[in-house]
Design a protein around this ligand. Sequence first.
Ligand code: SF4
Length: 424
Amino acid sequence: MPKVSLYTVGCKLNQYETELIAQKMIDLGFERVDWAERADIYIINSCSVTLKAAADSRRKLFAAKRSAPDAKVVITGCYAQIQPELLDGMPDVDLVVSNDNKDKIISMISQFYPEMRADQYENGNPALRSLYKHSRALIKIQDGCNQKCSYCVIPLGRGEERSRDFRDIIEEIRLVSSNQYKEAILTGVHIGRYKFEGNNLTSLLSRILDETDIERIRLSSVEVNEISDELIKLCAENNRICPHFHIPLQSGSDRILRSMNRPYRTERYKAVIERLKSKVANSMVGADIIVGFPGEEDDDFGKTMEFVDNSKIDYLHVFSYSDHPRARSFNFDRKVAGNTIKDRNKILTDLGHRKWNEFLESQLKRELPVLFEKRFTKDSGLLTGLSDNYIRVECSGGAESFNTIQKVRPKEIIDGHIRGELKQ
Ligand code: SF4
């Protein structure tokens, strides 16, 4: 039986699509092995959002060919879509498959395996049954983005917005639920713009609540302009929807937001998250912020610090701006010096840690519903999992708790997570 090994660089959407490719390969008779193992074919689902992600994707290509020189090496994903000219003809690459052709990857791979019955997948994608070593199911609901933020190349990699048929999404969630997954994470490039036959994100969520028995539904990143009052109301009234909201901010300076081509200003962001936090019990709000965007002065950075400090944001993902040759901001002048970007990243990250600890403190009196993963922590041998509001929680317990949702009484905060004990 030929062996296939897959590696994902980048976002949850890529992870979902890797699983779908893996499922098709398994159905065609391949054995899936870990990345570290020797395989007959390696598939790298790449990312090109940052230069670092692109470099990581390239490193995986070299590593695959080095560990098995006779194996076939296939690269797909955003790097293959945005900069194929850098990959075509590389001696370490046997096949480059753009995102546009991802649905056809099996028939393209079949050139290496003439006996493969690839035709069964020519007419689209099956529902995803399970995800390798994942305790939570990623469910793709949407792809593409029309927004065109000036620093972002994702629209080049993912194209125009399009949404999946809600019937397919529901069928897939029913399937993963029947395969013992307790949590579905709705994912896409711009999920707040979900639109299919008159359904938006809120009505999709209502359908999932009504038509599936999945115990938990989590939203991946949602843009602030798409958090409507009806969405907040639905989340407030249904504890199957996780009270965890990742809402990109990117800057606390309106001048920089304008230059980034972000379609909101800080006042709106503040108002929306205050409404959300006041209505949805125990909700946690996370935000992405880019530091060192071209033209970001000390005063702009100061505004970001002040905004975050006084806001209801609970955690931060801080990114250092890096130029991408295909992004519009590549041609912006007044670039910020590398050491200034590094310093700003550290200062803002420290603030993010303080906010996160404040949030953890606020949760110590609450019993946290935790979905335990199918593993113990390496160092302490404890159960580990995530609460509904995305806190990493550890506690003593046995393997019978794997893949169950149980209440944990918090005891202490250790290194950004909570240790507690199972409620008996
Ligand atoms: S909303 Fe902006 S940052 Fe997000 S994918 Fe679209 S263009 Fe990129």
